[in-house]
Design a protein around this ligand. Structure first.
Ligand code: ADP
Ligand code: ADP
Ligand code: MG
Length: 449
């Protein structure tokens, strides 16, 4: 069944991104908005837009009943959840389907299988995908945790099974610190995710975050669409991503793709998803988690393959078979920089009115943004303003293009992290592709700006 009208249950840059593809496909895009977003860009870009509640996300963008009721009265065929918000809630996906609205994403069953990191670890291990050494059951008892940590060797990582966004994760470097870490991680996990389950895994030293994009259809076929390198992080959150990874050659790429396909196929995965792996210095990779949705950094994959991943999601949700057997070949190099409304030195959100906005344009430059001049950035939502995605035939040219584009970007009225992005891109170790997830901290990037 071809969709004629689709509800975009999100806001900001991803809502704008999805709306753009829907329009290109001849599908009518319907938006939702909160009190704070009456003037938002995604509202102006949609064909129809409906108010769903107050500014806090709990009243609006997480208001399931209001959203489904808008979908029904607007007569949509399907709903695209974007990322974050309701995108990884299996019960919401099931509720949409129950209301006769197709959910553009995997089945609620596959989402549920991957929602708990612990269960995901068990399932992937059974499927023969290498997982980070450590527990596959919850850590309940401190003494038990201490003996596992001693066996794994320090440092270890205490993780919330229901965690996300880099929250609920603590590195433990010495045995004496484990009990306190378990306790604080449990408290945080309960508060943020309503699930106090924590577990222990090995902390991989000098780690690189490498993830594999997969697409699956309803005929049992799963294809891996190469890797994304996401090691430039602060507080376990991605800041700059690139594809292909400077650390991944053809042989490793093929092995990781095989693992990703094996893992996704084992749970009957359909639609777009991403398996996240940590890569150690010796080239061993281990499964960390699976994100059952479109990823923020999906545009770098689009840039090197020519695919439109949102269009692929729509076609797959319509029930079409995958349009290809193997992934399209990699062409050139792409880098994404996340532009946040934040005080770059203190990493604190910087709300306020955008007085002036000049975004870069030109060959090999794509900007996905969710704000216009005059928009008031509030503390209610994720501070991501825009993503700059550059493409060039060769990696050094992509880096140069990204720096030039950031220098052309003008955002007045609020602070942004653009100086941090430029400092990273200019660093000789970044240029050499020689970096890991501790790069921002270990290179004193924030002190240098
Ligand atoms: P989230 O759900 O918050 O994204 P992840 O499990 O994906 O949680 O971990 C977030 C980040 O933390 C990863 O991108 C990686 O940088 C780091 N990380 C997670 N697990 C490990 C590990 N076992 N060893 C080293 N780094 C890790
Ligand atoms: P068109 O093919 O006319 O550009 P579509 O919206 O059908 O319009 O497809 C746009 C893009 O979406 C394709 O180039 C491809 O990247 C992706 N796509 C569409 N259908 C599928 C599919 N069945 N499987 C995988 N990718 C698809
Ligand atoms: Mg993750």
């Amino acid at each position: 069944m071809q969709f004629r009208k689709v509800l975009v249950a999100n806001r900001g840059e991803v809502a704008c991104r999805v709306i753009a593809t829907l329009r290109r496909m001849g599908i009518v895009p319907v938006a939702i908005y909160s009190d704070a977003d009456v003037e938002a860009r995604h509202v102006k870009q949609a064909e129809e837009a409906y108010h769903v509640g107050g500014s806090p996300v709990g009243e609006s963008y997480l208001n399931r009943e209001a959203i489904i009721s808008v979908g029904r009265s607007a007569g949509v065929d399907a709903l695209h959840p974007g990322y974050g918000l309701l995108s990884e809630q299996p019960d919401f996906a099931a509720a949409c389907e129950g209301a006769g609205i197709a959910f553009i994403g995997p089945s609620s069953r596959a989402m549920r299988a991957m929602a708990s990191k612990l269960q995901a670890r068990r399932l992937m291990q059974e499927a023969g995908v290498p997982i980070v050494p450590g527990a596959t059951t919850a850590c309940i008892d401190v003494a038990e945790g201490e003996s596992l940590a001693a066996e794994l060797g320090y440092p270890v990582l205490v993780k919330a099974s229901g965690g996300g966004g880099g929250i609920g994760m603590q590195i433990v470097r010495q045995p004496g610190e484990l009990a306190a870490a378990l306790e604080s991680c449990r408290r945080l996990a309960e508060r943020y995710f309503g699930d106090a389950t924590v577990y222990i895994e090995k902390y991989i030293e000098r780690p690189r975050h490498i993830e594999i994009q997969v697409l699956g259809d309803r005929f049992g076929r799963v294809v891996a669409v190469h890797e994304r390198e996401c090691s430039i992080q602060r507080r376990h959150q991605k800041v700059i991503e690139e594809a292909p990874s400077p650390a991944v050659g053809a042989a490793l790429r093929a092995r990781m793709a095989e693992s990703a396909v094996r893992g996704a196929a084992a749970i009957g995965y359909t639609n777009a998803g991403t398996l996240e792996f940590v890569l150690d210095e010796r080239g061993n990779y281990y499964f960390m988690e699976m994100n059952t949705r479109l990823q923020v950094e999906h545009p770098v994959t689009e840039s090197i393959t020519g695919l439109d991943l949102v269009a692929a999601q729509v076609r797959l949700a319509e029930g079409e078979p995958l349009a290809f057997d193997g992934a399209p070949p990699i062409r050139g190099h792409a880098i994404e920089c996340r532009i946040y409304a934040e005080d770059p030195k203190r990493l604190l959100p910087s709300p306020g009115k955008i007085l002036r906005l000049r975004l870069p344009r030109g060959e090999g430059i794509r900007v996905d943004h969710g704000v216009d001049e005059g928009y008031v950035v509030t503390p209610h939502y994720d501070p991501l303003l825009a993503k700059l995605i550059v493409w060039a035939e060769m990696r050094p040219d992509a880096i140069a293009r990204a720096i030039a584009a950031l220098q052309q970007t003008e955002i007045d009225g609020i602070k942004t992290n653009i100086p941090v992005l430029v400092a990273i891109l200019r660093h000789p170790d970044f240029a050499a592709g020689n970096y890991d997830t501790e790069f921002i901290g270990s290179q004193n990037i924030l002190a240098s700006i």
